[in-house]
Structures are given as structure tokens and as C-alpha cells.
Design a protein around this ligand. Structure first.
Ligand SMILES: [Zn+2]
Length: 93
């Protein structure tokens, strides 16, 4: 496993304003990925950018499940595995 931080792989920096808060599980699944395959269209889509995009444009709650409203939302949920058993357990407690 590389010790290079994901944001540096893509030419970014590790200054505070360039970082995003994420749980360890989501962060490990994201890794250096900036894109993924939209499970609905099977086409390449960008991942959600928490500092440039609005959360509620791309995601909505359906009970304990997070649902993607757009290709970006669906792809981010899939790549980060945001509806994993661990996430569902945390949300139910
Ligand atoms: Zn998470």
C-alpha cells in the first residue's frame, strides 16, 4: 500500500482547506479514486466533491439508507460503500 496521500497523487496539497472529514471506512474505500461507475447507467461518473458541490443535490435519506439522486451521488455511495452493514448499524443506534 502506498503511503502517498490521495490528494497528493492528484496534484493537490494536504493543507487544511484541501481536506475533507470522512469516517475511516469511507476514507479507505475512497482511496485515491476521483471517479467510479454509476450503478444505474454503468457509465463513468465523478465522485462527490464536498467543498464544491451541495450534499442535498446528490443525496437523500431513505430511512437508514443513503440514496443517490444523481450519477455523482449513486457513484459516491457505491465506491465509498456508504450503505455497508457497519454504516447501517451506526445509523440505527
Ligand atoms: Zn462512512
Amino acid at each position: 500500500m502506498s503511503s502517498t496521500l490521495p490528494q497528493k497523487i492528484h496534484g493537490g496539497t494536504d493543507v487544511f482547506d484541501n481536506l475533507a472529514l470522512a469516517c475511516i471506512d469511507c476514507n479507505l474505500h475512497k482511496g485515491p479514486n476521483l471517479t467510479g461507475i454509476d450503478p444505474r447507467t454503468k457509465r463513468l461518473a465523478k465522485l462527490f466533491h464536498p467543498r464544491l458541490q451541495r450534499w442535498d443535490e446528490h443525496f437523500e435519506w431513505r430511512g437508514l439508507y443513503l440514496a443517490g439522486k444523481t450519477a455523482i451521488g449513486r457513484t459516491t455511495i457505491r465506491v465509498l460503500n456508504m450503505n455497508s452493514e457497519d454504516h447501517l448499524t451506526l445509523r440505527s443506534s
